[in-house]
Design a binder for this molecule. Structure first.
Ligand SMILES: [Zn+2]
Length: 452
């Protein structure tokens, strides 16, 4: 039987192939690759594609998935438009995706660097794969237990222009605030770019157990820290375990190591993400073996099967209860629960306008919510641990080899849907731990009209 959905993908492939054959296809090769691959008869990708997407292709693929699979796919728009005014889109994927029910989250993004086209392709193909194969037992089980957030093109302006930087000429993967330094391409200030603020928003408003940012072109999976002076991350062994599992799927020539040991940088996504949220944050770089031409075929078609296995490893880690914390209890059906914390973080010290050399501070606020949907009011909320790793970047400079954690509780509020806060309580919860909260005051007052 011919599946209508499959047919649609295939018919687009034929159209693309025909356009190429008559030389009408406006197919541009990325700077990191060689020529665009000729259309091949058999594509092994979930989409059936055999050439790079345009921005319009990404947009329509995501819109189609959301329209065809409304129980599995929910579109999201990131809050900040790019410098040139473009919207940044993504999708959430899970079983019963519209229920805001507290599953652990895997955030997977491509194309921080706009000329690394395979990073967007692999990310988009994995999303299509999860959705169109959602009945495959392994994927069904993962989508039952976890939520996936996919943003295939985070640097949209860079992608459209096929260049690494954003339209302010900034490398957005040097613009994240933690440890930031005013390098030539790092932006005028920490978080100066709407593109990096979008990712901060994404990770600050959901409890991401795992965060993957996809790049080309090295054979390596990297994890924090970015600088040797910072010393090993508190969760170095967990980070290494995940990075190794992902690297092993890509192949025996791939290595897993702290980013600083590859080459030192500052202001990358994974550093801020890990030290702010304690989510396991990795940079996956794929590349063909040395001497192999960089084409759509070698960088996307030939890489996808390994990428699928690698991302399924990341998703298994996300769903593993040992890799996050759990807040559970009983609340009134219809209530909104929210956990929040707010803290200061620091850049590296650098020359300030007044001539002094010191860090700049910035505030990170994490806030996510859950809807109490079960009739009996029970909830089970996978969250990041309340204990946050102390970063090397401090108010008075870089102090490496930190081993401690900030003991900052989550502030949990129980609210009516209109935002009336009926109860606020502090929750300390560690990795792998389940904590039960007593929400009886909220339950008592939820339906009382005299309580405002
Ligand atoms: Zn890159």
């Amino acid at each position: 039987m011919i599946d209508a959905h499959l047919f649609r993908w295939k018919s687009r492939l034929l159209t693309a192939g025909a356009a190429l054959a008559v030389g009408l296809g406006a197919v541009v090769a990325p700077a990191t690759g060689a020529a665009a691959a000729p259309a091949t008869a058999e594509s092994t990708l979930p989409s059936g594609n055999s050439a790079y997407r345009t921005l319009a292709d990404y947009e329509s693929d995501m819109a189609d998935l959301a329209a065809r699979y409304p129980d599995l796919v929910k579109p999201i728009t990131l809050p900040y438009r790019t410098t040139s005014g473009r919207a940044v889109h993504g999708i959430e994927i899970s079983k019963d995706v519209r229920a805001n029910d507290g599953k652990p989250v895997f955030v997977d993004v491509g194309m921080h660097h706009g000329n690394e086209w395979p990073s967007g392709e692999l990310t988009m193909e994995f999303a299509i794969d999860l959705v169109t194969n959602a009945r495959e037992p392994r994927i069904a089980s993962l989508l039952e237990r976890a939520r996936v957030v996919v943003v295939p093109v985070v640097n949209v302006d860079g992608f459209v222009r096929n260049r690494r930087q954003t339209d302010t000429n900034t490398d957005m993967n040097r613009n994240y605030g933690l440890g930031w330094l005013p390098l030539s391409s790092a932006g005028t200030a920490p978080w100066s770019e709407p593109e990096s603020r979008n990712i901060a928003w994404l990770l600050s408003t959901r409890q991401a157990t795992v965060f993957n940012t996809q790049h080309t072109c090295i054979q390596v999976v990297l994890y924090p820290p970015l600088q040797l002076a910072a010393g090993p991350a508190q969760d170095a062994s967990r980070l290494h375990r995940l990075a190794s599992a992902v690297a092993a799927q890509y192949g025996p020539t791939y290595r897993a190591l702290p980013s600083a040991e590859d080459y030192e940088t500052t202001g990358e996504a994974i550093d801020w993400a890990y030290y702010a949220t304690r989510g396991l944050s990795i940079t996956s770089e794929t590349c063909p073996n040395p001497g192999v031409a960089r084409t759509f075929e070698t960088q996307v078609l030939d890489t996808y099967a390994a990428h699928r296995s690698a991302m399924l490893e990341a998703l298994e880690t996300t769903a593993d209860p040992r890799e996050h914390a759990v807040i559970e209890g009983k609340a009134p059906k219809g209530a909104v629960l929210r956990i929040t914390k707010s803290f200061d973080m620091y850049t590296s010290p650098y020359a300030q306008p007044d001539g002094g050399v010191r860090p700049t501070s910035f505030t990170t606020t994490l806030s996510s919510d859950l809807d109490v949907v079960r009739p009996n009011g029970t909830f089970h909320w996978a969250v990041n641990p309340s204990y946050r790793p102390v970063a090397a970047y401090q108010a008075d400079g870089v102090r490496g080899n930190q081993t401690g954690f900030h003991t900052e509780p989550w502030i949990l509020t129980c609210e009516r849907p209109d935002g009336t806060v009926l109860q606020a309580t502090r929750v300390n919860v560690d990795l792998g731990e389940q904590v039960r909260v007593d929400l009886s005051p909220c339950k008592r007052n939820f339906h009382r009209k005299d309580v405002r």
